[in-house]
Write a protein that binds this ligand. Sequence first.
Ligand SMILES: [Fe+2]
Length: 253
Amino acid sequence: MVDIHSHILYGIDDGAKTIEDSLAMLEIARQSGTTDIVATPHANLHFAFDIHKVEALVQELRAHVGQTIGIHRGCDFHLHYDNILSCMQDHRPYTIDGNGYLMVEFAETSIPDSIGGVLLEMAGRGITPVITHPERNAHLMGRADQLMEWVRGGALIQVTAGSFTGLFGDRARENCRKLIERKLVHFIASDAHDRQHRPPDMCPAYETIAAEYGTAVATLLFETNPRKAITGETIEIEDPAPAAPRKAWYQLW
Ligand SMILES: [Fe+2]
């Protein structure tokens, strides 16, 4: 498996705190069948993003783990004005290994209407925005048709492995099914933050998805698509499916 979303770099955000945490998380990932993992520290109003620091930490961890697991760099990119401006000028510090795939995090409080335009503009500049964990964001789930339009405009969607197995509650688990059934999931990643509560072990989610949707779907979401995001290859996707007719007025979709 290839994990494109994790907070394994120590001391720079709310993920790993010490180098021991980082190394333990890498070992958990390796043991659970992950061959490559992308370190995506936050770039938001709480945690400043420093590409030089990120690269130095990646080098340091690589020196410890050798060839046992591949470590790549990326960013958990919050869509605020300064970030967007900086990324439009040069996306390489923010995208996965500088290859154009950008992990994009939405605010949980509100989503400005202009965001669709920003995503389109990014796509026009060779950036593929990857919308992270919409299943955990009530605002995004309330705008499922907009998600579909953004995907048609070039964005992709990543769901958190733990959401499939209930780590984030029943609502998030249900939302995962809705997204996958509408062909609105392109990656599954751990979004690991530590070694205990949110570890980078994607095995349970892989097994759940393989059992429910078949191994071809699991392989696509855990391996084929994420590997292309690392190498910068184009990912071909199926057209998202429109929502089924609502059964009750209070259903969002
Ligand atoms: Fe994250």
